[in-house]
Design a binder for this molecule. Structure first.
Ligand code: CA
Ligand code: CA
Length: 448
């Protein structure tokens, strides 16, 4: 079939009266100057894209490639539709999506991949193999595990030689489901010499690395979180001095059994401390990452064998303290905002948070001050359990030490007085009393 705009090869032959013959080749360029041919006929081509468990995939590009090309996007129901593809041409219909490689990736995926590689829980359907072949090498190996770990830790922002999603043309039957990657399964549909509409195309969307299919279902993890109690990293709080090097051991919270993995992001507050490094512990260096600029420690660890709580640190985080502050004040966000989760056997996920407990014997509530705010002087009371040395400190709102004193105190209630001339001016101040038993803190206001 020839159309407007086509060039057609023709031969021109000529004979004279003596039948001498010559010919030449040239082109006829077909034009429709009087617009009598009408629009070329087209037919709709449409279908749907869903995850293996039937969740619709929105915002995937669907390309119709060939001599004629077109592109549409899937809608929130996973549906796509080319309203009119010109008839008579060959098309290859193929979805694609390479956005947000980290979507849906978490330690549960690492655990599932590791268990498959170790032969503890081999995959049961070909989609898992395709998701797990992170580097699209045609096999599932520890290299895929390492790349997945780096993407989860934020050390890689894409999958080498692979896209965020792959799309399997539905209806393909794997000949050897236990070795699906050895087959050339179809990731597109060919429509040759299109003559009639086709609105029943179906693709299965497979998110690279996302073995538990949480990419389009973030509520999966949230639901599991809601069902289980929060676990707490507990540290004794204490006052720190500017310039102090702090080594914080991070161990599994107490009372745990069957821990298959751990995910955590911990950020140090700006101006309060900076990360110097990590002292290795149970975790190998590929199971955590340090972002010095963002002041963030991230952990994504899948344990080859379920672990119990013990005292052996996962690692020690090493910080340089940049302001006189309590340990509990060094972090961005409160302990409840720490993004962390423990992955236990049976698919149980427990949220993780931090808590800082006063040292035994100390009690922040025991530090009483009045009048507060004060003009001339303020009386500050605290109770010590035994005779000991005490250090009194006052910090301004910027964390600068503005007043200090040392004294020996006996057991019982003690009082000291702060006068207006002890402070550089009006404002909010933080009082801290450090003793061998722990420390007491409180906030006071100085007004005119
Ligand atoms: Ca691979
Ligand atoms: Ca996942």
């Amino acid at each position: 079939m020839r159309r407007r705009g086509d060039s057609v090869l023709v031969e021109l032959h000529a004979w004279d009266a003596l039948f001498n013959h010559r010919f030449c080749q040239t082109y006829v360029h077909i034009q429709d100057n009087q617009q009598i041919c009408g629009p070329p006929p087209g037919v709709p081509v449409a279908g749907v894209i869903e995850t293996p468990s039937g969740y619709p995939m929105p915002a995937a590009e669907v390309h119709a490639n060939g001599e004629k090309t077109a592109m549409v996007e899937s809608d929130e129901h996973g549906k796509f539709r080319f309203s009119s593809l010109e008839k008579g041409y060959d098309y290859t219909i193929a979805p694609s999506c390479d956005n947000d490689p980290a979507a849906g990736l978490n330690v549960r995926d690492l655990i599932m991949l590791q268990k498959h590689i170790l032969g503890l829980a081999p995959f049961t359907n070909p989609m898992q193999w395709i998701a797990a072949d992170v580097n699209r090498s045609g096999g599932v190996t520890v290299t895929d595990l390492a790349i997945l770990q780096k993407v989860i830790l934020g050390q890689k922002d894409h999958f080498p030689d692979n896209t965020s999603w792959r799309f399997l043309a539905d209806g393909y039957v794997f000949r050897s489901p236990e070795q699906p990657l050895s087959e050339s399964f179809p990731e597109s549909v060919d429509l040759n010499n299109l003559t009639a509409q086709d609105t029943s195309l179906h693709f299965v969307a497979i998110k690279t690395g996302d073995l538990d299919e949480s990419a389009l279902r973030p509520e999966l993890l949230d639901d599991r979180n809601r069902q289980h109690a929060t676990r707490t990293f507990q540290w004794p709080d204490r006052l720190l001095r500017r310039g102090e090097i702090l080594q914080m051991p991070l161990s599994l919270p107490e009372g745990l059994d069957g821990v298959e993995g751990l995910e955590l992001a911990l950020q140090v507050a700006p101006e309060k401390a900076r990360i110097l490094g990590v002292k290795p512990g149970l975790l190998s260096s590929d199971q955590y990452s340090l972002d010095y600029r963002q002041r963030t420690l991230r952990i994504a660890a899948a344990f080859p064998e379920p672990r119990k709580s013990d005292k052996i640190p996962l690692l020690d985080l090493i910080l340089e303290v940049q302001a006189d502050r309590a340990l509990s004040e060094l972090w961005s966000g409160s302990g409840r905002e720490v993004r962390g989760a423990l992955f236990l056997t049976q698919g149980v996920v427990q949220p993780l948070e931090f808590a800082f407990s006063p040292l035994a014997g100390s009690n922040e509530a025991a530090l009483q001050m009045f009048p507060n705010p004060f003009r001339e002087e303020i009386r500050i009371l605290f109770e010590a359990g035994a005779a000991q040395d005490a250090e009194f400190q006052v910090f301004d709102a910027q964390g600068r030490l503005v007043w200090k004193r040392k004294a020996r105190v006996g057991s019982g209630i003690h009082e000291f007085t702060l006068h207006r001339e002890d402070l550089p001016g009006t404002g909010i101040y933080r009082v801290a009393i450090r003793t061998a038993e722990g420390y007491f803190t409180g906030t006071l206001g100085h007004i005119d």
